[in-house]
Design a protein around this ligand. Structure first.
Ligand code: NAP
Length: 283
């Protein structure tokens, strides 16, 4: 069997079109234009490239962007001051802080300070709490909601599926498990202390690999016909690879390309979150 492709690039384009159409309609009715503020601390070229892409994606649908660059030696207090300014700035709909930030920055303190209504990454405890408790109206984090949206729009049935998520970070694994649970999957969350990882992954109808370990999921760890989402981004020999070993495409029924699967969906959901944040702020 050769797995069918879960085409993140194509689905992301659908989402951009929907946001662009909705925004055009909003502007025609005299509504306000959303604006995304991006913050990049330091000069890591990969992070700078991600920020550029996000700004370009925003502008392509009609969302303005505002670029903030801070030097690598920025302190937590300095970043907090910028976040407070952007919280108070009426023209800003969403604030994105590109991660990872330099080690001296206490991101927990920064995220708590963000206005939850402008937290388009969905990391603030109020947004995370709403997701965990099933309270509507919060902002859902972009990568996990991108994964679920990709499955949903590709016609994958989540309800009743055995879903196994490998990785339990607050950024990816945990919220992905919560979103799959919200859609009535039966969810198992695996991590480095999981006994018999392969035993769990082989039971998965939907397998989400979000460990950040190249080659962790071998083809013998995948149930024939399973839907496999490869979130990991690892650099091997100057190339981006995911968490899957060779040959998974011969066993899986559906598979995300990497790159070209979860990455484009993450950026599309960020743009959708920014649009929706503005609509909620000024209906
Ligand atoms: P993270 O904070 O490092 O978390 C990794 C998780 O994987 C941890 O929970 C860890 O378990 C688990 N893990 C690591 N090695 C494992 C192993 N051998 N067996 C079982 N579990 C293992 O990383 P993250 O922020 O969640 O990101 C995960 C990956 O997704 C990274 O490669 C990241 O670059 C990528 N990512 C991609 C996108 C995208 O848009 N494509 C977006 C976000 C992240 P413990 O908790 O026990 O340590």
């Amino acid at each position: 069997m050769t797995a069918r492709v879960l085409d993140g690039r194509a689905v992301a384009q659908q989402i951009y079109r929907e946001v662009a159409d909705a925004l055009e309609q909003r502007m025609a009715e005299g509504g306000s234009r959303p604006k995304l503020a991006t913050i990049l601390v330091g000069d890591d070229p990969a992070s700078a490239q991600y920020v550029r892409l996000k700004q370009r994606n925003a502008e392509a649908v009609g969302i303005e962007s505002e670029d903030h660059r801070l030097p690598a030696h920025t302190t937590t207090d300095e970043l907090l001051a910028l976040v407070r300014d952007l919280n108070a700035d009426e023209s800003i709909s969403g604030i994105l802080i590109q991660q990872p930030t330099p080690k001296q920055i206490d991101m927990q303190q920064i995220v708590i300070e963000l206005d939850p209504a402008k937290d388009v990454d969905g990391f603030h405890p109020i947004n995370a709490g709403k997701l965990a408790l099933g309270i509507p109206g919060g902002i859902e984090p972009a990568t996990p909601s991108g994964i679920v949206e990709l499955l949903r729009r590709s016609g994958i049935v989540i309800e009743g599926a055995n879903a196994v998520v490998v990785g339990r970070s607050n950024l990816v694994g945990k919220p992905t498990a919560l979103l799959l649970l919200k859609r009535n999957a039966t969810v198992t969350l695996c991590h480095t202390r999981t006994k018999d990882l392969a035993g769990h992954t082989r039971s998965a109808d939907i397998l989400v690999a979000a460990a950040g370990r190249a080659g962790l999921i071998g083809k013998d760890m995948v149930k024939p016909g399973a839907v496999v989402v490869d979130v990991g981004t690892n650099r091997v020999g100057g190339r981006q690879v995911g968490d899957l070993g060779g040959g998974v495409e011969e066993v899986a029924g559906w598979l995300t390309p990497n790159p070209g699967g979860v990455g484009p969906m993450t950026r599309a959901m960020l743009i959708k979150n920014t649009y929706e944040a503005e609509v909620r702020r000024r209906p």
